[in-house]
Design a protein around this ligand. Structure first.
Ligand SMILES: [Zn+2]
Length: 78
């Protein structure tokens, strides 16, 4: 996988509102991968899911945890 994406690219992704894989515009990119996409059909934006339906993805909770850690910054103890 060497394809890099840019903001404004059209990608296939799973839309939770349409409940199927639809065309999405990329609205934000991290490391050449879409981070957020916007459904071209219902215009709802969400995290890029790699066009998967997404039951039991172990990564998603950890992402959120990392975000929280980033916001908290270094705790100083340890
Ligand atoms: Zn949609």
């Amino acid at each position: 996988m060497s394809a890099e994406h840019r903001v404004g690219d059209i990608v296939d992704d799973y839309c939770t509102r349409c409940k199927s894989v639809m065309n999405h515009s990329v609205v934000s990119v991290v490391d050449g991968q879409p981070a957020r996409t916007e459904c071209r059909t219902c215009y709802s934006a969400h995290k890029y899911r790699n066009a998967r339906g997404g039951k039991g993805q172990p990564g998603s909770k950890r992402d959120l945890f990392d975000e929280v850690l980033d916001k908290m910054g270094p705790l100083g103890h340890r």
